[in-house]
Design a protein around this ligand. Structure first.
Ligand code: IFM
Length: 443
């Protein structure tokens, strides 16, 4: 008999990020972030959207929490906006910013929803960017100080802490392709940013443990498992390289294995400057790994000699973002992480799909493809659980349609449909379905 039930202590949640939902970018003393600056530049964001109003969750968070209650979830993953807490990144603390997160945490706990806090989900204070941002090692110290302030204030109530979200995106989308803030295009800088973020992760873990002795601390990485397009040596080698660059570059250093060798060699002179103490600093023990999974990569080397990697996929099986739907990849990823690494707990900290959702005349949003997407991925989690993988939670990305970075509000991932003009949130069919699953704790 296949097992359709999840463990009794499983966390069901949704995930969001401060800049994507809060709005209120100029209220109550919040400082400017790199995303405010980036989004204000013409052509950077589809439709010219900015962080205002997003979902205006800074004021409307009770509305968000009511949605969560309707979804039957017992956990909420959200992030703290550094410039709301320390407007210029260092120096004065903004009491109103901390008060906001305290109100949010208290309101969640009141209805038995466990807060999972991410400290950095990309909204760096602009003042720090002007001093070099993550490429400058001083930002490591600033981040650790910010972590200290937040953990000291919320640590009596928040016990699950995630240092960073998706350092791959911070480094490469922000500093190599330039699609994300701060919009730079410099591979050497991108690799230095990746390194500095990993060092800051390690330092932050120690500070959190010091301030919150019973904290559970981890980091969130985005993974995209690679599969060779053909069974040729060239494609297998290219796949290994993809794997090291995308998946292992961030994972291996935080478990004390250093940077993976093929990728290190491939990066040539662009590899980061690493100080003697860094290897150890990046790798204090952590309690869990957050696993973000959306899709896989099919890797092909056309034999150009330069190891050029092409990504192929089945065009009939993609979401609105053109990401291939490949649930099996989640099972493979979880099993690989469990076999090759030693994390006591894995959370699927993000998984979700964007579709062209529409509010129909019956006042509902029919999104059967999203239901299929979630169902298939949850089935893979059940399979991984059967294979002994300690998956202890699933966070759908995202609670309600929000500011999807360079795609603005045009890309809808939510379980709730956001009417941005009125700030009404309407539960999509997938939300009702997800509510049945969370309440039954079974698929
Ligand atoms: O919206 C993002 C999120 O901020 C980080 N992970 C991927 C999501 C969908 O693109």
């Amino acid at each position: 008999m296949p097992n359709y039930r999840f463990p009794e202590d499983f966390y069901w949640g949704t995930a969001t990020a401060s800049f994507q939902i809060e709005g209120a970018t100029q209220e109550d003393g919040r400082g400017e972030s790199i995303w405010d600056r980036f989004a204000s530049q013409p052509g950077k964001i589809i439709g010219g959207d900015t962080g205002d109003p997003a979902c205006y969750s800074y004021r409307l968070y009770p509305r968000d929490i009511r949605l969560m209650q309707q979804l039957g979830v017992n956990a909420y993953r959200f992030s703290i906006a550094w410039p709301r807490v320390i407007p210029r990144g260092t120096g004065d603390v903004n009491p109103a910013g901390l008060d906001y997160y305290e109100r949010l945490v208290d309101a969640l706990l009141e209805v038995d929803i466990t807060p999972f806090v991410t400290l950095y989900h990309w909204d760096l204070p602009q003042a720090l960017q002007e001093r070099g941002g993550w490429a400058n090692r001083e930002t490591i110290d600033a981040y650790v100080h910010y972590t200290d302030i937040v953990a000291s204030r919320l640590g009596d109530r928040v016990k699950t802490w995630m240092t960073h979200n998706e350092p791959w995106c911070i480094a490469f989308l922000g500093h190599l392709t330039g699609e994300h803030a701060p919009g730079l295009q410099d591979r050497k800088m991108a690799l230095q940013v990746a390194h500095n973020v990993l060092v800051s992760h390690g330092d932050a873990v120690l500070v959190i443990r010091d301030r919150v002795p019973d904290a559970r601390v981890g980091m969130v990485l985005n993974f995209s498992p690679g599969y060779p397009a053909t069974d040729t040596e060239a494609d297998r080698v290219a796949t290994d390289l993809h794997h090291e660059k995308f998946n292992r570059w961030f994972l291996d250093p935080i478990v004390g294995r250093g940077y993976p060798p093929l990728a290190w060699e491939a990066y040539g002179d662009d590899v980061p400057e690493v100080l003697v103490a860094d290897a150890e600093r990046m790798a204090p023990p952590i309690d869990f790994l957050g696993v973000n999974y959306y899709s896989r990569q099919v890797v092909h080397d056309p034999g150009s000699g330069g190891g050029k990697v092409l990504y192929a996929r089945d065009n009939d099986n993609v979401t609105d973002r053109d990401w291939e739907i490949y649930p099996q990849g989640l099972r493979d990823l979880l099993v690989w992480l469990n076999q090759d690494y030693d994390f006591p707990t894995l959370y699927v900290s993000e998984n979700g799909a964007a579709y062209k959702d529409e509010l129909t005349a019956d006042g509902r949003v029919h999104d059967p493809k999203r239901v299929d997407y979630i169902r298939q991925h949850l089935a893979m989690i059940l399979q991984a659980l059967d294979e002994g993988v300690p998956v202890k939670g699933y966070f759908y990305w995202t609670l309600a349609d929000n500011f999807e970075w360079a795609f603005g509000t045009s890309s809808r991932f939510g379980l709730a449909y956001t009417q941005f003009e009125t700030q009404e949130r309407i539960l999509k069919d997938s939300a009702h379905w997800y509510g049945h699953v969370t309440r039954a704790n079974a698929l």
